[in-house]
Design a protein around this ligand. Structure first.
Ligand SMILES: CC(C)(COP(=O)(O)OP(=O)(O)OC[C@H]1O[C@@H](n2cnc3c(N)ncnc32)[C@H](O)[C@@H]1OP(=O)(O)O)[C@@H](O)C(=O)NCCC(=O)NCCS
Length: 294
């Protein structure tokens, strides 16, 4: 086995094994009746988003991106980012046929070298026990998470004031909200997110916040300086969901009851799955992390 820095040429292989590993996790952990994409080949939309994200990380965090090679083929990938004094793990996958043989441990060691000099660390974990084991052994505290999904009950949507559409010009505001909630700005990741998703902003005398939203009306990342602003943003995101669309609100620790309350009022369903894993920090709140940029 060889652990080496990742290059642009590895993106294809890394994306392929990520899809295989995720399919296996979904097949073994998603309870019956929970909505989600059917198993099968990766959609072109997912593949091209994965590729753009990998390029973004290779460009801004080349020392955080590593692959494992086995018999000349890429068998694992680990990609981490560093923003101010926060280290975050964006991807960590080993090809299903090679799992449980020590590749993940060696990859994570390499990716963690990129955390030197950082005060805090954050990982979002699937419920794969191998992942949870690796993260706890690396010193992260595992906070079990709630995942929410369903169709928004439109009659429950309240009238929300003071939320507007945002854009690239809101980056400084978003960065300062990040520093207040998670102790580090997202910086260049805001540029990526702005190009991929809609942005909602609330900036009032009593508090501020922002939320990136995808085409299904699901929040991709939300940060706010108080719960009231966070709820306004979440309601506005849910209101943008097309009729009959399945929305998802992922990675909520028990610190995000403000979001659980909105979700229940909107008629969505809760379940538990996975962990937010944190080192030297409490769960940021009010905050909904992004799976890729945390
Ligand atoms: C998580 C993952 C990257 C780890 O890579 P890996 O090569 O399988 O990891 P390792 O073999 O180094 O370590 C797995 C550990 O779990 C243990 N393990 C293996 N199977 C297990 C099981 N069913 N239950 C509990 N522990 C298990 C192994 O003994 C090993 O621990 P040890 O080194 O202390 O003995 C890989 O399993 C994977 O891709 N999983 C699916 C995708 C995923 O969930 N990724 C994490 C994204 S957050």
């Amino acid at each position: 086995m060889l652990i080496r820095p990742m290059h642009d040429d590895d993106i294809d292989a890394a994306r392929g094994l990520t899809h295989e590993a995720m399919e296996l996790v979904r097949a073994t952990t998603r309870p019956a009746g929970v909505p989600g994409p059917p198993p099968g080949p990766a959609t072109p939309e997912w593949s091209s988003l994965w590729e753009r994200r990998a390029k973004h990380l290779l460009r801004h965090d080349p020392d955080g991106c590593w692959v494992a090679e086995l018999d000349g083929a890429v068998a694992g990938v680990g990609m981490a980012l560093r923003r101010e004094k926060l280290w975050a793990l964006s991807a960590f996958f080993v090809r299903p046929t090679s799992q449980g043989a020590g590749i993940g441990a060696a990859l994570l060691d390499a990716v963690l070298t990129y955390s030197q000099g950082c005060l805090r660390g954050i990982i979002i974990s699937t419920s794969d026990p191998r992942a949870a084991r690796r993260y706890r052994l690396a010193g992260f505290t595992l906070h079990p998470t709630i995942r929410i999904s369903g169709t928004v009950r439109r009659s429950a949507l309240p009238l929300v004031e003071a939320v507007r559409e945002g854009g690239v010009g809101d980056r400084d505001l978003c960065d300062s909200i990040d520093r207040r909630t998670r102790g580090a700005a997202h910086g260049v990741d805001h540029e990526f997110l702005c190009a991929e998703y809609g942005l909602l902003v609330c900036d009032t005398l009593t508090g501020s916040g922002y939320c990136f939203v995808d085409r299904t009306g699901s929040p991709v990342l939300l940060a706010a300086t108080n719960r009231k602003v966070a709820q306004r943003l979440l309601w506005t995101a849910l209101a943008s969901a097309p009729e009959e669309s399945t929305v998802r609100i992922d990675y909520l620790t028990s610190d995000q009851e403000w979001a659980v309350d909105v979700a229940l009022a909107a008629g969505l369903s809760l379940r538990t799955e996975g962990y937010v894993c944190l080192r030297h920090m409490r769960p940021p709140a009010p905050y909904l992390p992004s799976g890729a940029f945390l």
